[in-house]
Structure formats: C-alpha cells, structure tokens
Design a protein around this ligand. Structure first.
Ligand code: UDP
Length: 414
C-alpha cells in the first residue's frame, strides 16, 4: 500500500486517491523527468517539491532536474517571462546566444536521462530550448507553461515558438493562455499541497507567534500579501490601497517575500517597495528565507484578508494558499486569479488600488462576510486546486499521449 498518498485520503477524499491508484497502473515503471530553473522560490518549485515524490509513490520513476546558468542567462529568461506576460521587451542577440549555449550545456549534462525518459516535462521558457540539443528522444516531450501568455509580445514569442512547437504537447493553466501550436494542448490548472509546511494546519500558538516575531499588533486587522518582489505582483499598488484604507480603518499590512534564484529583478523591486513604505509603521516588509514555509503559513492564517493584487498572473498559488486557510482573497482581475477568486463569492477581484481599498474596507467592516467567503474559498480549493487533482491530470495526459489517437484510455492493470 502506498504510504505518502494515504495521508491524502482524509483531505482529498477516498475516491480521489482510489482514482489515482487506478490511473497509475499502466504508468508503473515509466521514467518521467521534470526540468525547471530553480529548486526554491516561485510556484513551479513549490509544486514539484511534492508532485515528484507523489509520482514516485505511485510507482513512476520520477526525476526533477534543474537547468543551471549564469547571471545573463537569467536576465534573458526574465526578459522572456516579462515578454510572454505582455511587456514589450527586446532581447539582444548576445543574450539569446547565452540562452542557447546554456541550454546546450545543460542538455549535455542531462543528455542520457532526457533521451531515455518516457516523458519529459519542461517547465516554462528557461529550459525550453533543451529539446533542440537532445536529438535522440525516446519519449514524449511536453512543454508546461505556467505563465500568462494570453497576449505575448510577438517577437519574443516568435523566437520561443521555434522551440515550443517541436514538443509533442503543451500544457497551459487556462484556455485563454493557449497558443497556436501544431500539437495537442492541454489545460491543467496548478495546485497546492494541503500537507506541505506551507498549508498544513498549525497550532494556534504557532499562528499567534507571528505577531510577536514580526512586530505586528495583535489588536489590529491584518492584511497579507505573500509574493516575490516582482512588478507583476503590484506591491506598490497594494501599498497605495493600504494607505487609502488606513485613512478610514486602522489596520496593518504585511508584504512578505523573498527572492527566487532565477529572478534577477527582485532586489530592485524590493528597494522600490521599501521607499514606498518608508515612514509607515503599519506596513511590514518581510524578506523571508526560501524555506520559511511554516512562517508564511502562519502569516496567511493570522491574516484577516489575503491579498494578491497581481496585474498579470499565470495562476497565483498564494491565492489558493490563502483560500485553503479559509480567508477571503482580494485578487487582481487577471489570469489564473480569475478561476480562484470568484467575485463576491470567495473574495473580490480588483483592477486598481482604489478598487482594492474599497473591497478591503468592506470586508474589514463585515466579519461574517469574511467568514462566509473564507469557507467557500476553502471548499473551492478542495474541489479544484489540490495537488491530487493536478497529479491525476498529469497522469491522464501521459496516458492519452501514450494512447495515440485512440479516444479510449485503457487503465485496466494487466
Ligand atoms: N513564496 C515563498 N516565499 C516567498 C514568496 C513566495 O515561499 O518569499 C511561495 C508562495 O507561498 C507560493 C509560491 O512561492 O507558494 C509562489 O507561487 P505563485 O504562483 O503565487 O507565484 P510565482 O512566484 O510562481 O509567480
């Protein structure tokens, strides 16, 4: 009997776990490699940390590899990221050269594992060019895009498309992110792990301890946004909204974040945030180490309202994290936040600091609404955004690619 998965029975439900066991039958012993660009920081790493062990638990030989590069490589790939999310970014030939060379070098290092794998999941643009440098490919290669590329900056997408189009399939988080590619495209939303340190239930004392640890006032309502310091997360917009709320209601704001090793812009954004927040005792900018999962969990649980006011967002795991903790979320009206924050039901979607301020004030005045929305939010996550659903969809995808064009997937174990 599988042990890791058993722990999910009470949280996700018996049916869900039995379904996973059934689906995994024909996949036992297959080799699956995931490649992304960082083990810590950002949503992709957060997901792979548990998805890979769960795949192993189901008898799949799952591996997780990281692509390594120098500073200019990450400058280039951050440019890709910004461009795919709609910024008009021009990336010079020199940086593109570094991108290709780095992918070639990583392909040499990982060559055998990648060429012999039955399935290779390449996450986001950083390792997308690996496919070019692994000519002998036994298995199916899938490009998994976690970014909101509904309106990519065309020249950059045209460049990346040369690589992405060579994959056997691609996965996007939302239908509107899908691109014109001549291979099967799958829509799979990301997920959170309810049993990770980030999301597990915590003792009350541990939650309450954050007030003292971070100098917060236990008697003031608490607003929390957890994010990398990235302009797409709009930390300055959150500060602006907070200032507007504070004119009417006493409260405090935590902006908690850290860097991701593949994000070279974090420091500059953090400095802008520090300047914007200076002189405000009730704004707490917390720069946390990459393994501060329980602290983030406790902060989200201590919050009265969770905020994720992004202006572009592939999904926004922090939204589901807050919802799982029974919090109403005020989220930017964009990308993956739209499938989590159901307006007026699990929270509010906003476009401007003024809109955010209005909704924050409303929720601070209506405790029963916060509770109602928070309960619905938790249910929505349980039904849609837990890791077990994500795993099921990855397995179904692998089976469907194995199955060719047959429209029936046979999961009977032999
Ligand atoms: N996160 C973290 N520490 C930080 C900032 C973020 O552990 O300082 C986590 C956050 O809790 C979430 C993930 O990193 O699990 C971020 O995923 P999301 O999809 O929200 O955004 P991304 O960074 O991938 O754009």
């Amino acid at each position: 009997m599988t042990r890791l998965l058993d722990a999910y029975r009470p949280v996700a439900g018996e049916d869900v776990i039995n379904h996973l066991l059934q689906l995994s039958g024909p996949l036992k012993g297959v080799n699956v490699v995931h490649v992304n660009s960082t083990r810590q920081g950002g949503g992709v790493a957060e997901i792979l940390h548990k998805l890979v062990p769960l795949m192993k638990d189901l008898g799949i030989n799952a591996y997780w590899e990281i692509i390594h590069g120098e500073e200019d490589f990450y400058r280039c790939t951050k440019g890709f990221h910004n461009a795919l999310q709609g910024h008009s970014v021009s990336i010079g030939a020199g940086l593109l050269d570094i991108y290709e060379t780095t992918n070639r070098e990583n392909a040499q290092r990982l060559g055998q594992l990648l060429s012999e794998a039955d399935f290779v999941f390449i996450h986001d643009p950083q390792p997308a060019a690996l496919i070019d440098f692994v000519p002998e490919r036994k298995g199916k290669w899938i490009w998994r895009c976690h970014i909101d590329c509904s309106r990519p900056h065309r020249p950059v997408w045209k460049y990346l498309r040369n690589y992405c189009s060579r994959y056997d399939a691609s996965i996007f988080s939302l239908p509107e992110f899908a691109q014109k590619l001549e291979h099967p495209q799958f829509i799979i939303a990301p997920s959170i792990d309810p049993l990770s340190d980030k999301n597990i239930e915590l003792p009350t004392e541990e939650v309450e301890a954050v007030f003292q640890e971070f100098g917060l006032d236990p008697d003031l309502p608490l607003l929390v946004q957890v994010s990398r310091f990235d302009r797409f997360k709009d930390p300055l917009g959150v500060i602006e909204a907070f200032r507007q709320v504070r004119r009417h209601v006493p409260c405090q704001l935590v902006l908690a974040g850290g860097g991701a090793s593949d994000d070279p812009e974090g420091q500059a954004v953090l400095e802008e945030v520090m300047v914007a927040a200076s002189g405000e005792d009730d704004i707490h900018i917390l720069v946390l180490p990459p393994d501060a999962h329980r602290k983030i969990n406790a902060l989200q649980r201590a919050a009265d309202i969770v905020i994720q006011k992004s202006i572009r967002e592939g999904f926004g795991l922090t939204v589901s994290e807050g919802m799982w903790k029974g919090k109403p979320v005020i989220g930017g009206d964009t990308g993956g936040i739209r499938i989590q924050v159901i307006d007026h039901y699990t929270g509010f979607r906003v476009r401007t600091p003024e809109g955010a301020a209005l909704r924050i004030r409303y929720l601070l005045h209506h405790r029963e609404k916060r509770q109602e929305m928070g309960e619905r939010a938790r249910r929505l996550v349980r039904e849609n955004f837990l890791l077990t659903r994500h795993l099921r969809e990855y397995m179904a995808l692998m089976l469907s690619l194995t199955n060719g064009s047959e429209d029936r997937i046979d999961i009977s174990t032999s």
